[in-house]
Design a protein. Structure first.
Length: 473
């Protein structure tokens, strides 16, 4: 990994803890455009319910997109007075409080007005190799910008987490050029709302944690991941013909032809239309009637047997009377009839009702061929006793009950401890990696957004790079 004296420019991009705010929202948000909504599993959910990119998915409504002339009127740590809300760096009347607003939010959610992009500044813009269009500028690096090739209709905006157009919930507020006010639902509680972290920390779940990328400066086209610089255009392996290197990982674009269901070129299979199935890499519609049970469906499979199962190409319906006459006996179709309700399960050809009534019966025979379970909260049976596994966070190895404590995906076990997780694929433009999770970076009140990072007031943003006032760029 490389280190240098620069993140996005030779002069600046310092990842300040006060600039990084993460709000975890286990419920998600209505359209993915709240100011700090994070999915519980690290995967932000889009408007269609599908997971967004790996790691935290955070959007911030009050990040300034144009260089301000002076400090913003409000920001994450400088709230507005009274009932006003911070929108695009200014204190404005809360659009959610307007009488005509009708937005129904779920439990523990509230209405929130946000400024979202309309139009596409990157539409038709071609960047040189090794660069990506970000907010209309060609920025050094290979980043995954899902909305760059998306053209939404009037009244819609592109969700950057999914690359899909979603309808706006229009509201009356002042937003920067190229943006519009939209209402969304966000979690009522923000655990990081009133948390002030040190310069080398950021907030996650209401707790200040170490920022491994603090003071790490990366060269153009690289991003910080757990304190190391990763070249977003350099992959460790050669990408195949359907793939390109994006954020340090080969990203494959599936190719599928209509009516075919073979390989999509990315390790998966091309799907068939609803009601069809794949047969020899060709999509085929099964033909089954009332008279074709257990016969060929014309697509390499067998027609089902309603109310029974196929035995020797014949439809067979099991004979298991409700009165239990055939309990634990053959059902006539190669199976065994079960026991009536309340009589237990079959054991040695008879119905056997397990007995675990004794107070000390845990891990002892239940009289029906298995052992009595451990009481709730006491673990499971190990060496004839109840044993509760212990796996402290960050540790690996024996759990004390015959099992093994494993490290999360992306982490390795060394001397009983799990290593810090890497982000794979690498985090996108404007993000840093923290213990396997991508965390978005916001700009302080005395900074403005430039490319994938922030510039101080008085500097200039040219082609996604932060330049001093005296530079000609």
């Amino acid at each position: 990994m490389r280190r240098s004296k620069c993140f996005l420019c030779p002069w600046l991009i310092v990842l300040c803890a006060a600039s990084v705010v993460v709000a975890c929202d286990s419920r998600g948000e209505k359209d993915g455009f709240g100011d700090g909504a994070v999915s519980a599993d690290g995967n932000g959910a889009g408007p269609d319910g599908n997971a967004a990119q790996d790691g935290f998915s955070v959007s911030f409504s009050d990040a300034l997109l144009e260089p301000p002339k002076q400090e913003a009127e409000c920001h994450a740590t400088k709230p507005c007075p009274g009932e006003k809300v911070c929108l695009a760096g200014t204190c404005q009347a809360d659009p959610c409080a307007q009488a005509e607003v009708k937005l129904t939010c779920g439990k523990d959610q509230i209405c929130r007005a946000v400024c979202v992009p309309v139009g596409n500044k990157c539409a038709g813009k071609m960047c040189p190799q090794g660069q990506t269009c970000v907010d209309g500028d060609c920025v050094a690096g290979c980043f995954k910008e899902l909305c760059n090739d998306v053209a939404c209709r009037d009244g819609e905006t592109c969700n950057p987490n999914t690359g899909k157009c979603v309808a706006l919930n229009p509201c009356d507020a002042q937003c920067p050029n190229g943006q519009a006010c939209s209402l969304t639902c966000v979690a009522e509680a923000n655990p990081c709302a009133n948390v002030k972290c040190e310069a080398n920390e950021f907030c996650i779940n209401g707790t200040c944690v170490n920022n491994p990328c603090h003071d790490v400066k990366c060269p153009l086209g690289s991003i910080c991941s757990n304190g190391e610089c990763i070249d977003t255009c350099e992959c460790k392996m050669t990408c195949n013909e359907n793939s390109s290197c994006v954020q340090g990982v080969c990203e494959c674009t599936p190719k599928c032809e209509a009516g075919k269901c073979g390989s999509n070129g990315c390790g998966g299979k091309c799907p068939c239309a609803q009601g069809e199935k794949c047969n020899n890499e060709i999509c085929c519609k099964p033909t089954c009637t009332a008279n074709t049970a257990c016969k060929s469906d014309g697509c390499g499979g067998t027609c089902p047997c309603p109310g029974g199962k196929c035995v020797s190409n014949m439809c067979c319906k099991p004979n298991c009377p409700a009165n239990g006459d055939n309990k634990c006996m053959s059902d006539g179709c190669g199976g065994t009839c079960g026991c009536p309700s309340g009589e237990g399960s079959c054991y040695q050809g008879k119905c056997c009702k397990a007995d675990c009534s004794a107070t000390d019966s845990a891990c002892k025979s239940n009289g029906c061929g298995s052992k009595c379970p451990c009481p709730s909260g006491t673990g499971s049976c190990y060496m004839e006793m109840c044993c509760k596994p212990e796996c402290p966070a960050g540790t690996c190895g024996s759990n004390g009950c015959g099992g093994t404590c494993k490290c999360p995906n992306g982490s390795t076990c060394t001397d009983g401890k799990c290593s810090v997780k890497q982000c794979s694929p690498a985090c996108g433009c404007g993000q840093v990696c923290y213990d396997g999770q991508c965390v978005s970076v916001t700009c302080d009140a005395d900074q403005f957004k430039c490319g994938c990072g922030c510039c101080p007031l008085g500097n200039r943003c040219v082609g996604g790079q932060c330049l001093p006032p005296s530079s000609t760029g």
